[in-house]
Write a protein that binds this ligand. Structure first.
Ligand code: ADP
Length: 474
């Protein structure tokens, strides 16, 4: 199994490592500092005690007031009470009396045997085993004994510093404890953070993988009111949108297949019928007309799809210019004259605008007007009237194409702009269409940054209104 260290684990390890380093530095420094302070204090104490001893007990021995036995007794007492060994030497370094001499394996006759250069007259302080006399670490303080300004000998006090170690350990314990607590607190905090930050992130990442597999039903399960909750919500929103896109794609393919299959089936059917003689040669012209119609529908469908696909992939590239929209409507009216004549339809142009110049892509707007007028003719009754009205308000020109056809029900009004949507695909007029015209129209208007609306009353006709930015008159 692959061992994975996540981000927070690394952070915890890093911080703990840092804390340990800081801890070691603090401990080493505190050890060094406390040891120094404690030693200094001990040395001062020893020096004071030695001073006291020399002024009282030893001075009275030197002056002949007390015996050597008495001195010995006093030195032993001193060691008993203060746990400090005492050596007393005369002015040339001969060892005269030592507290508990039996406790030593070796004692020199003269202290100079240990170190000839020992500056006992000036006084000294040493830490160690005092020339291998002691087994454990000892502080030794030597001070001269002065009587009436004359050096009459000197004494050395030795005390073991094992008890210093104990004091030091106590002090260090005070330092250790907060550090251990600190490390524990940091680790606990990190574990808590891992639960509150990392777990939801892993959940979100697992859900993202589900989405990548196409399972848009998956949810993150993260319900929070912070940035992580927002991320989870955005992910779920994105999945919702992707799933809509997925449904749209499936419908799109179903529509295309259906729209291609039906003309192909009828073309195939008619040709087969001609080949096997079901349709007699004298009726060929009529049925070939139907075949051509179907083929034209397929061509229109393919062109429409290509056009929409181009909008989607490249975006719409507009060739903007200023032109008169009324000219475009008139031109369209001329183009559809034959169609109008067939149903005896009249196209009226009403112009209530002072300025009918628009700033737009002339070709594309020509296509828009054509699509709307073509639909209006398709749905207009015999002898109907189509009215094209141009108005302007502020910096916009509004163009409306109104017919007297069957109208479009409220719930279908928004859908007519969807790709492939036909109000009633089984109806004769709708059957001919591709369901792409209005979606292309909407894309073109949208690309101009404008809107197209539909006003319709069922049974009374439909009116498509779109706006364009006003242009400047030549
Ligand atoms: P088509 O190429 O099939 O006409 P459109 O996108 O232009 O496709 O139109 C979509 C649907 O909107 C049509 O099938 C039709 O049912 C409805 N429609 C469009 N224009 C009109 C209109 N003027 N009156 C009634 N219905 C309309």
């Amino acid at each position: 199994m692959k061992f994975k260290i996540n981000f927070l684990d690394k952070l915890i390890l890093g911080i703990v490592f840092l804390l340990i380093v800081v801890f070691l530095v603090v401990v080493s420094y505190t050890t060094y500092a406390t040891k120094r302070t404690l030693l200094k204090e001990k040395q001062n104490n020893l020096a004071n005690e030695a001073q006291l001893l020399s002024q009282q007990t030893i001075a009275s021995y030197i002056l002949g007031n007390t015996s050597l036995e008495y001195l010995q007794e006093k030195l032993d007492e001193f060691e008993d009470t203060l746990k400090t060994k005492v050596w007393y030497c005369d002015s040339v370094g001969r060892l005269i009396a030592v507290s508990y001499p039996k406790n030593y394996e070796y004692l020199p006759d003269n202290i100079r045997q240990l170190d000839y250069d020992l500056k006992f007259r000036d006084g000294f302080t040493m830490t160690g085993n005092f020339y291998n006399i002691f087994d454990n670490t000892t502080i030794s303080v030597g001070i001269p004994i002065l009587l009436d300004g004359e050096v009459r000998g000197f004494m050395v006090l030795h005390t073991s510093i094992s008890e210093l170690d104990d004091t030091q350990k106590d002090i260090l314990a005070i330092v250790y404890l907060p550090f251990v607590v600190l490390i524990l607190v940091v680790v606990l905090m990190m574990i808590y953070m891992s639960g509150t930050i990392l777990r939801p992130i892993s959940k979100i990442s697992a859900t993202a993988k589900e989405y990548a597999k196409g399972n848009f039903e998956a949810t993150t399960g993260v319900i929070r009111k912070d940035e992580i909750g927002e991320l989870a919500d955005s992910m779920e929103y994105m999945a919702g949108e992707l799933s809509k896109l997925d449904i749209y794609r499936k419908n799109f393919i179903a529509n295309i297949s259906h729209d291609f299959r039906s003309p192909l089936t009828s073309i195939k059917g008619y040709i087969l019928a001609m080949m096997d003689g079901t349709i007699p040669p004298e009726k060929y012209n009529r049925y070939l007309g139907v075949v051509i119609n179907e083929a034209n529908r397929l061509t229109k469908l393919t062109e429409g799809l290509l056009e929409l696909n181009n909008f989607d992939t490249k975006g719409l590239i507009l060739k903007m210019s200023d032109f008169d929209i009324v000219d475009v409507i008139r031109l369209t009216r001329n183009t559809v004259e034959v169609l109008c004549d067939k149903k005896n339809i009249e196209i009226r142009i009403n112009c209530h605008a002072k300025n009918t110049t628009v700033h737009a892509d002339r070709m594309k707007i020509g296509q828009v007007v054509y699509n709307l007028v073509d639909n209006a003719i398709k749905f207009s009754p015999q002898n109907g009237t189509i009215t094209a009205t141009v108005t302007n308000k502020n910096d916009k020109v509004f163009i409306s194409i109104k017919d007297e056809g069957p109208g479009i029900s409220k719930e279908k009004r928004n859908k007519v702009f969807d790709r492939f949507y036909k109000v009633d695909a089984s109806r004769g007029k709708d059957k001919q269409g591709t369901g792409l015209g209005l979606s292309i129209t909407k894309e073109i208007i949208k690309a101009h940054g404008e809107n197209i609306d539909l006003i319709s009353t069922e049974g009374a006709g439909s009116e498509f209104i779109f706006s364009l930015p006003i242009g400047s008159k030549e």
